[in-house]
Design a binder for this molecule. Structure first.
Ligand code: SF4
Length: 412
């Protein structure tokens, strides 16, 4: 039988409108032909101007192209223009998104400088009020977005789903000959909440190009089902994220599992990896994970990647793991500067291998590769550059010597 060849690589990106999230000269396009954007969120008290400005700066430095901050109280709203001012002074022009719930309509009205300093408003239709108030308060937020010419994200979350809408979908579902399952009803309610709110926002004068959507859940299969369906029913740019993804490896694995499926299908225009940080862990980790998802999938390049073997019984010491970790962190630290001076360097690959079993082969495939000696091998580390063996390093300074070779390669 003739088998149809399987496609290589991800499906073409789904066609969407393109939103622009801008601050001064920094215009971050999302959707359309723009690359999938990385974004993140602070966890500082927004009323603390300095702490929030520092964290935004760190997230932006790590590569977050958009940063969201909570705007939940008058003190937080009053702080927003000062945070923006601090960032501008440091020449950090990353667009700030205000995350509003319950009182966003009031804060945007009472604090016009906050409304102007933000580059986008996140509106959760499940948390803008109940009944008649809900419509009025939603309308007030849209009016602010129109008045200040700001894009919005209609961000639905299953933890705060509009209960009236859910009840009405459940009622009509009960009358069907083949009722949907509870999971299908929940998915439908999430999507309808996003789509109905979008329709209402457009009726109120919102530019449809400037509306991004998200429907977040905390389960991988539900997220995939929601976004597959949502992507067929609208052409707005989609913000992907698994909410409450969790701590440590569970948060990373579940976010990656969910987003990778969708991104492979061409769904998703901006991603946020929500990780519960370990105490003391830098907030930027979520930016690094998001970048690594996109880079390992071949969708974008951010930082030269280190390929390293896991090590095994042939490994003579931990030197090669240390070398791999050190060189990855060195490359990451250099990137903010290299990005300006060495365009294209982010696509570089570096291999650090523990012995000659796979070492030379993997090294030849990388731009630069080193193979440290394994058990019973001559104490020497051959280095390959663009597939050709250029040097053999020996002695106690292999790590430093290798870094010099990496620097030379980048500079050339
Ligand atoms: Fe083990 Fe060598 Fe393979 Fe590394 S390259 S995992 S040290 S056999």
């Amino acid at each position: 039988a003739c088998l149809t060849p399987l496609p290589l690589g991800p499906a073409p990106k789904r066609k969407t409108r393109q939103a622009s999230i801008a601050w001064k000269t920094n215009i971050v396009t999302v959707g359309g032909d723009a690359p999938v954007r990385v974004q993140s969120m602070t966890n500082t008290d927004t009323a603390d101007v300095i702490a929030t400005a520092i964290q935004v700066k760190e997230l932006a430095r790590a590569g977050s192209e958009i940063v969201r901050i909570t705007v939940d109280t008058p003190a937080a709203a009053a702080a927003v223009p000062h945070i923006r001012e601090q960032l501008d002074k440091m020449d950090v022009l990353v667009p700030l998104v205000g995350d509003f719930h319950y009182n966003g309509h009031t804060l945007l009205k009472d604090f016009p400088e906050c409304a102007m300093a933000l580059s986008k408003y996140r509106i959760n239709p499940g948390n803008v009020g109940k009944g008649a108030k809900r419509d009025t308060q939603f309308a007030q937020m849209i009016e602010a977005a129109c008045q200040y010419d700001k894009p919005i994200r209609i961000g639905v979350n299953w933890g705060s789903l509009d209960q009236d809408l859910l009840a009405s979908i459940m009622d009509s579902n009960g009358a069907l000959a083949n009722p949907k399952t509870a999971q299908e009803v929940m998915i439908e309610a999430l999507i309808q909440s996003a789509l109905q709110s979008t329709e209402r926002a457009i009726e109120l004068g919102m530019n449809p190009d400037q509306i991004l959507l998200s429907c977040k859940v905390s389960n991988v299969q539900d997220l995939v089902a929601v976004y597959r369906d949502l992507s067929r029913r609208c052409d707005n740019p989609l913000h992907l994220g698994l909410t409450e993804a969790g701590m440590g490896s569970k948060g990373i694995v579940s976010s990656t599992a969910a987003m990778a499926i969708l991104l492979q299908e061409g769904i998703g225009d901006t991603i946020r990896v929500s990780l519960t940080p370990d105490p003391g862990a830098p907030r930027e980790n979520e930016v690094i994970v998001a970048q690594e998802i996109l880079q390992t999938m071949g969708l974008r390049n951010f930082t030269p990647m280190v390929i390293a073997c896991p090590g095994c019984g042939r490994t003579t010491s931990t030197t090669f793991q240390e070398l791999a970790a050190n060189i990855q962190s060195y490359l990451r630290q250099q990137m903010p500067q290299w990005k300006k001076t060495h365009p294209g360097v982010e696509a570089m690959n570096v291999a650090v291998m523990g012995c000659i079993v796979n070492g030379p082969g993997e090294s030849k495939h990388a731009n630069i590769g080193i193979s440290l000696p394994g058990t019973g091998e001559t104490p020497a580390a051959p280095v390959f550059v663009d597939g050709v063996k250029v040097k053999t390093l020996r002695g106690d300074n292999i790590a430093q010597d290798f870094q010099v070779i990496v620097d030379d390669y980048v500079n050339q």
